[in-house]
Design a protein around this ligand. Structure first.
Ligand SMILES: Nc1ncnc2c1ncn2[C@@H]1O[C@H](COP(=O)(O)O)[C@@H](OP(=O)(O)O)[C@H]1O
Ligand SMILES: [Mg+2]
Length: 231
């Protein structure tokens, strides 16, 4: 990727801050097919409804933080939809829910583990999860959070930076938050470790992120260490 230096510096409308961005400070994280297991299952079982859970994710990080994201959902309704956000410019393609009568928590359908189940049980006891829905894909789960679910909880280590960069940008623009399950920020520099080893916790704007962090038991958090942000 490069900048067209003949165009950008000559654009008088562009702020100095934007002109000063260096190429190596920008990283684009792409997941061309999020919800891979769901695609496989949809084909195997001829269950085309599962294709709704498939998304294409493009996230842009600047100095390690997500600043823009695109979540494209090709099989939404009849013609698909594209939900996107740029830091400071709001969310487009969907109107984020401002609350809900129930706190529905979404989690993995195909990568369940003991730590994921235990974290969900703990949240239920503190009324932070009235119901749990198991669905595929990081993109689809964050769309569910934007549309009225309270949180996306994945207390396990398999999720990657390309699963979370775009969705974090969109969720943050909607007033929500995405961290690991211990509340640590996820980093997106180009030489960062690829796995989100500390798990994923994404919450809607209308619930308290810290309540979810405080409720997930310490032994689960300690079982998911975040290694050095550099390889
Ligand atoms: N145990 C595991 N092994 C491999 N990938 C995993 C994993 N757990 C989570 N993931 C990753 O997290 C993403 C969301 O998982 P899930 O749908 O189970 O919530 C998956 O995206 P993909 O569907 O693009 O592979 C996959 O990259
Ligand atoms: Mg993925």
């Amino acid at each position: 990727m490069g900048f067209n230096e003949e165009v950008l510096p000559s654009d008088r409308l562009m702020s100095n801050e934007l002109k000063e961005i260096k190429e190596n400070e920008v990283v684009v994280w792409v997941d061309p097919l999020d919800g891979t297991s769901e695609v496989a299952l949809a084909v195997k079982n001829k269950n085309l409804a599962l294709l709704e859970q498939v998304t294409v994710l493009i996230g842009i990080a600047y100095k390690g933080s997500p600043v823009a994201g695109i979540i494209h959902q090709p099989y939404h309704s009849t013609s698909g939809r594209t939900v996107w956000a740029i830091k400071g410019c709001g969310v487009h393609g969907l109107t984020p829910a401002l609350g809900n009568t129930q706190k529905v928590v979404v989690t993995t359908r195909s990568h369940l583990s003991e730590s994921v189940s235990s974290a969900l049980e703990a949240l239920k006891t503190k009324n932070l999860a009235d119901n749990v829905e198991k669905v595929g894909g990081a993109g689809f789960k964050v769309l569910k959070v934007l549309e009225g679910c309270a949180a996306y909880v994945f207390a396990s280590a398999g999720c990657k930076k390309w699963d979370t960069c775009a969705v974090e940008a969109v969720l943050t623009a909607a007033g929500g938050r995405l961290t690991d399950i211990s509340g640590r920020e996820l980093r997106y520099e180009q030489d960062v470790q690829l796995n989100n080893t500390g798990g994923v916790l994404a919450t809607a704007s209308w619930v308290k992120h810290q309540d979810y962090i405080n409720t997930i038991p310490e032994e689960i958090k300690n079982g998911l260490p975040e290694y050095s942000s550099k390889k």
